[in-house]
Design a protein around this ligand. Sequence first.
Ligand SMILES: Cc1ncc(COP(=O)(O)O)c(C=O)c1O
Length: 402
Amino acid sequence: MDIESIRHQFPILAEGGIIYFDNAATSLMPRQVAEAMMESDLYYRANVGRGLSRHTKRTTGVFEEGREKVADFLGAEPREIVFVRNTTEAINIIACGLPWKKGDRVVTTLAEHHSNLLPWQVTAKRNGLKLEYVIPDLNDLGDLEPYNKALESKPRLVSMVYVSNVLGVRLPVAEVVRMAKERGTLTMVDAAQAAPHFPINVKELGVDYLAISAHKMYGPTGIGALYISKDAPQPQPLLVGGGMVTDVMLDGFRVAETPTGFEAGTQPIAAVAGFARAVDFIGEVGFDNIEKRCKHLTGEFDHKIRSYDRLRVFGAEGTDKRLGIFAFHIADLGVHRVASLYDQFGNIVLRSGHHCAIPLHQEVLGVERGTVRASMAFYNTVEEIDKFMEVTERILELVGDA
Ligand SMILES: Cc1ncc(COP(=O)(O)O)c(C=O)c1O
């Protein structure tokens, strides 16, 4: 893989100047994705699914091809793919839309992004559900016992993250989904951080619901996908209005089948074109290459960052457990100060704070002040890592022995 020519496709990388290590927040976008969106707006502008002209039908066809591409990316059928704004919206649809019974139990983990916590808290309050948290063992991610225990009493649903946005660790989703299925428990997976890193096949996983966001996989913001298995209970739609019904009476309406029933209102047509192009882009680069490069970069970063005594890295050591995401502290420095020093000294883009995972920081990592996070994508380089380490040394010099 010629990384330089790939970097050239990303104007922010090609023009140089910054080191972008904030890929877990949002990835960069290659030129062809932006061009696909522009082409959609300039040449295929019509409202999809509304109108019988050849032009409108052509646009609708392009939109549905986008759905086919995303379905293919996840190993799903197109009718199981709902376009949503993002992972957050997808999880809200499932949490708000399933027919809950008072006393139902929902299980999630303490490794979650707030997107996979708050919707369940709200739903639990509204419907009288019991919400339980599994505390994953970060030193032994393969330990299934905490999940086994939580699943013993056959909860209604378990919803968990595939890859932690703070620690970059991969949770044992396939095993938990299998265990849940054996007990008749529904499963939802937050795959926001997994989708850019390795192939996902929803049928092999056997999951009922799964969510991804295009902006974390080189695509546009404002678009994502919710997989709803055709064999799983279909939730009630979160939004109602135009384009999602088969009939409307004065006292009610009939919701169209999935996915149409979940896509009320005019869709983000150009964003879907960009999403489809981002999926093509990943296919062109190839997950084999992405995984190989990410492993290499993770190994380099892991090895180098652990050589500093006054720098504390959270989570498991070793490249096989991590996907390019590192949360850390430097001595007693405040996390926002550290991130701004990296910015000031090296034009390095990091994130500082709780990364929308306050319970993970407080209950699992035991830190109040959050962490600084460096997150890489396959297009980052060892030279960028070396520059990061140079800046780290500068910051450590500044801290001195204090
Ligand atoms: C693991 C995880 N889940 C969910 C989300 C929410 O994604 P979005 O903001 O696209 O809804 C994020 C975003 O950082 C994430 O990292």
